[in-house]
Ligand binder design. Structure first.
Ligand SMILES: [Mg+2]
Length: 214
């Protein structure tokens, strides 16, 4: 087996929350009498760094700062975060990988402390060697903490697999020399994910079966 360690993305890959992110943002847009985003529109414009996504939505940073808008989104998301559930095949998939003797971590753009409590709330902490979140709320990108995570592991990137749901996951993996597999999770359209050249899977179960050769 080539891979010894699996890095999972959290939002949209393990947690089914793209719908909630769109819903929270639409609440902010309604409050400003700005047009709401359809699912298609959301998938077209969602991106990392998220500042770019906020610009595409049409926010005017000369009237409201990106930082204030970002905090408003986080407060809205946090107040409703328990509405988002794990994808149904998460538990079994993590279990099968652990049983096969591979180690797993989470590499997320989500705020680190919140990630830690949320993963525990969902009863998954025991599956992970480590959790790597972001040290602020503004999701600029995951390359720096990915690099730190690899250094801490002391593992050659060629032995690691990153499983995510966005073009950014593919970019992070490419930058760090990791392999990337993508599972569309509603944050970006399938066509955009295909353009990365990474293998696409419909479910976590399908990706895990491929990984374990079952
Ligand atoms: Mg994601």
């Amino acid at each position: 087996m080539t891979f010894q360690h699996v890095f999972w993305d959290w939002n949209g890959t393990l947690l089914d929350d793209a719908w909630l992110c769109r819903d929270v943002m639409n609440t902010m847009l309604r409050a400003r009498a700005m047009p709401e985003m359809s699912e298609t529109r959301y998938q077209e414009i969602f991106d990392f760094p998220v500042r770019l996504y906020y610009e595409r939505i049409g926010f005017d940073f000369s009237r409201e700062s990106f930082e204030d808008l970002g905090m408003e989104f986080i407060r809205g998301y946090e107040s409703r975060r328990r509405e988002a559930v794990l994808y149904p095949d998460v538990q079994d998939g993590l279990q099968a990988i652990a049983k096969a003797g591979l180690h797993q971590s989470i590499l997320s753009a989500y705020h680190h402390d919140t990630l830690v409590s949320l993963v525990s709330e969902h009863g998954l902490r025991g599956f992970f060697h480590d959790l790597h979140g972001h040290d602020d709320h503004y999701a600029a990108g995951k390359v720096p903490q990915g690099r730190r995570a690899l250094e801490a592991l002391g593992m050659a990137p060629a032995h690691t697999l990153l499983i995510g749901d966005t073009v950014h996951d593919a970019e992070v993996a490419a930058e760090l020399g990791m392999t990337c597999w993508l599972i569309p999770g509603g944050n970006q359209p399938v066509a955009r994910l295909q353009s990365t050249g990474c293998p696409l899977f419909t479910t976590r179960a399908e990706a895990v079966a491929k990984l374990l050769g079952t």
